[in-house]
Design a protein around this ligand. Structure first.
Ligand SMILES: NC(=O)C1=CN([C@@H]2O[C@H](COP(=O)(O)OP(=O)(O)OC[C@H]3O[C@@H](n4cnc5c(N)ncnc54)[C@H](OP(=O)(O)O)[C@@H]3O)[C@@H](O)[C@H]2O)C=CC1
Ligand SMILES: CC(=O)N[C@@H](CCC(=O)OP(=O)(O)O)C(=O)O
Length: 346
């Protein structure tokens, strides 16, 4: 049995980790932390857990946390994660970091989009945790940088096209819409019910969103050349889910039939990517609570443009489900353990 700690357990991804790990046969959750709810039972913060997980939330003291766990999930805001990850690694622990702190391999790029990186030495050890493109490196990794939710939906949506050189890599436009749990559980005016529920709005427009460099880093590696994208996130009045609609100019003539066949071949055997049959489109409703990414590639018959639509649950494939998938790979468990039956009938 592997002892696991969740640091930042009183947040949305923390709750989702508890939900998933509770049903994982090889894991015991032994330590949960919170900043404001330390001393309370986690089931008092999230009554849904009552009778299933009643651990008391602790203050984040890295050495004490490490004494209780072999694997530590850091579900903290960026910056707070890199303040504690070095201690966990020094004490020999495996870390799956859900924050953005170890995703960008270049500390200067991190500095330009976030702030000065506090721990550049460990950036070299971090593996970007998107199993469908980095599986071999994640196996046995000690520090996994779990991808952002928007990047997961966009990179999985574009990987087959870029790997096969089928689109102009400089022509990519991605519009993504997210539910509000993407912004975390802490109080913010923008997340208030009345603010969100009054409409559907874009934000971070014009290359201003911090996921832009993360998406560009990974897509450039797939394309074998540096590229820039136009990425526009949107906030939707729903609690969870991300739908990305991605557009690109084909480099070679394409048909929907050929693209579907290419995607089916590329993702054959992938347990959590479902390529939809021609004529079907993804919906956040069909992936809700699950670790699936549903993808539909097609060609706009009028303009010739390639369009890919992808859907994930931001809290599962976009965060905690993918983090457990990464833990399974890093620790030598079957990749789908604890994730297979998630929310098929929510
Ligand atoms: N929400 C999402 O869809 C996704 C989130 N992520 C990333 O995962 C991480 C966690 O996200 P999420 O769960 O949504 O965030 P939340 O805001 O819901 O939760 C954050 C957690 O971290 C704790 N915390 C905050 N600041 C500190 C601090 N300085 N020291 C110690 N603990 C602290 C909070 O404690 P308290 O409750 O006491 O404030 C809470 O437990 C973030 O980096 C986020 O960007 C990644 C992919 C998707
Ligand atoms: C709706 C919403 O606000 N979403 C968040 C992204 C959430 C996420 O996955 O971001 P990190 O993991 O990189 O922190 C945002 O736009 O900042």
């Amino acid at each position: 049995m592997l002892n696991v700690a969740i640091v930042g357990a009183s947040g949305y991804t923390g709750l989702e980790l508890i939900r998933i790990l509770h049903c994982h046969p090889e894991v015991a959750v032994t330590c949960l932390t919170s900043e404001q709810s330390a001393g309370k039972r986690v089931s008092d913060v999230f009554p849904t857990l009552r009778g299933r997980c009643d651990l008391v939330l602790e203050n984040l003291e890295p050495v004490r946390v490490a004494e209780k766990a072999d694997v530590i999930f850091t579900a903290l805001p960026h910056k707070a994660a890199m303040e504690v990850v070095p201690t966990f690694l020094k004490l020999g622990k495996t870390v799956i970091d859900l924050s953005a702190d170890y995703r960008l391999s270049d500390p200067d790029v991190y500095g330009a989009w976030y702030e000065k990186h506090l721990n550049p030495a460990n950036l070299k050890k971090a593996v970007y945790g998107l199993p469908e493109i980095r599986r071999a490196k994640i196996k046995g990794a000690r520090l996994v940088a779990n991808p952002g939710c928007y990047p997961t939906s966009i990179i999985l949506g574009l990987a087959p096209l870029l790997k096969k050189g089928l689109i102009d890599p400089h022509s990519i436009i991605a519009d993504s819409a997210s539910g509000t749990s993407g912004a975390g559980r802490s109080a913010k005016v923008d997340g208030l019910y009345c603010e969100v529920n009054e409409g559907f709005k874009a934000y971070g427009v014009g290359g201003a969103h911090r996921h832009t460099p993360e998406i560009e880093q990974e897509l450039s590696l797939l394309a074998g050349a540096g590229l820039k994208i136009t990425f526009t996130p949107h906030l939707v009045p729903m609690d969870r889910g991300i739908l990305s609609t991605i557009y690109a100019t084909p480099a070679k003539e394409a048909t929907t039939e050929k693209l579907v066949a290419l995607y089916e071949e590329f993702y054959r055997g992938e347990p959590f990517v479902r390529v939809l049959p021609q004529g079907s489109l993804p919906s956040t409703a069909f992936v809700r609570g699950s670790n699936f990414c549903d993808i539909a590639p097609l060609v706009d018959g009028r303009t010739g443009r390639v369009i890919v639509v992808s859907a994930i649950d931001n809290l599962v494939k976009g965060a905690s489900g993918q983090a457990v998938q990464n833990m399974n790979l890093a620790c030598g468990f079957p990749e789908t353990l604890g994730l297979d039956g998630l929310a098929l009938f929510p």
